[in-house]
Ligand binder design. Structure first.
Ligand SMILES: CC(C)(COP(=O)(O)OP(=O)(O)OC[C@H]1O[C@@H](n2cnc3c(N)ncnc32)[C@H](O)[C@@H]1OP(=O)(O)O)[C@@H](O)C(=O)NCCC(=O)NCCS
Length: 279
């Protein structure tokens, strides 16, 4: 186990958490995740016109991150499928604290005192009471190398799940996605599917993470989980035959989990779920 104490702590000292949700949800949220207070003026009721300018910048954040992936969200989805049924949380910085010309370079419209979101996590309640479906994780770390934002997506997801009081998270991601490096930080990702024809890209896995507050806090501190097994088998993300064979085994009742981040070749480590892990 290795610990990076400087990165996440530094991010939390320079960036501000924010939350966008309908007014009726705020009472059930944890607005002091890991003791970090979300300022009242960084809590935005999605139905209020006060949220308008931040929502514009969140759409821009999505375009900058998911646009190159070919999966930008339609604008209406920020309300219909995100902040109204669920929660958008993230980390941002005041526009006048960004590096010179970053606002223009990123194509943002912001007054100097405006909060500019640099990362967001979006989830919606899936099965009551505490299962959430995470459908968007975006970070500008790679677009703003001069800011040294390493660990931003990991911290944003951990904060968001704590804000939502989530104890089980499900999600869908492509076998080729760099986000697997982030999601694998939260422990074994049990595979609900390996091949997902319901998705626009069937080479998508759906997964389940079992969480608690202390695990989320460890992830937020930069602590990595150890590999659950020394002996995984490896899925090559473009080997659709192997992915479909894995799916067949799952549909026959076998249980598997992604047990670590992709290796240098992009191969993803998978192992059977051991009986003592079975819920
Ligand atoms: C993928 C994404 C969320 C990562 O954001 P980030 O802030 O750079 O992520 P973090 O700094 O928290 O990275 C955590 C780990 O993932 C690794 N990682 C992140 N992006 C990576 C990439 N493109 N290739 C390889 N590793 C990557 C980091 O190196 C780090 O591992 P390390 O600590 O061992 O070095 C961001 O690049 C993004 O928004 N991409 C486009 C949208 C997307 O694909 N979202 C996920 C959809 S499920």
């Amino acid at each position: 186990m290795s610990v990076e104490r400087t990165g996440p702590a530094r991010l939390l000292s320079t960036l501000e958490p924010f939350v966008v949700a309908p007014w009726w949800r705020f009472g059930s949220l944890n607005l002091r995740p890991f003791g970090v207070a979300v300022r009242p003026d960084n809590c935005f009721d999605v139905l209020s016109s006060r949220a308008e300018r931040l929502l514009h910048r969140l759409v821009r954040l999505d375009r900058l991150t998911f646009g190159p992936e070919g999966m930008p969200m339609p604008r209406w989805l920020f309300v219909d499928g995100s902040a109204l049924p669920g929660v958008i949380s993230g980390l941002g910085i005041r526009a006048d604290e960004l590096p010179p010309r970053a606002v223009q370079r990123l194509g943002l419209e912001a007054r100097p005192s405006d909060l500019v979101p640099l990362a967001m996590y979006i989830a919606v309640p899936a099965r009551p009471p505490l299962v959430w479906y995470g459908h968007n994780l975006a970070s500008l770390n790679r677009q703003l190398p001069e800011m040294e934002l390493g660990g931003l997506a990991t911290l944003t997801k951990a904060l968001g799940l704590s804000i939502m009081r989530c104890t089980t998270q499900i999600g869908a991601t492509q076998w080729t996605s760099a986000a697997l490096h982030v999601h694998a930080r939260f422990g074994p990702m049990e595979l609900l599917t390996a091949w997902t024809p319901a998705h626009a890209n069937p080479a998508t896995l759906t997964y389940k993470l079992e969480l608690d507050e202390s695990l989320l806090e460890r992830v937020a501190q930069g602590i990595r989980p150890g590999m659950v097994t020394e002996d995984p088998f490896w899925i090559e993300p473009r080997d659709h035959d192997a992915i479909r064979a894995l799916e067949e085994r799952i549909e026959r009742g076998k249980r598997f989990a992604v047990v670590g981040p992709p290796d240098r070749k992009g191969r993803v480590p998978v192992a059977p779920v051991s009986p003592h892990q079975a819920a």
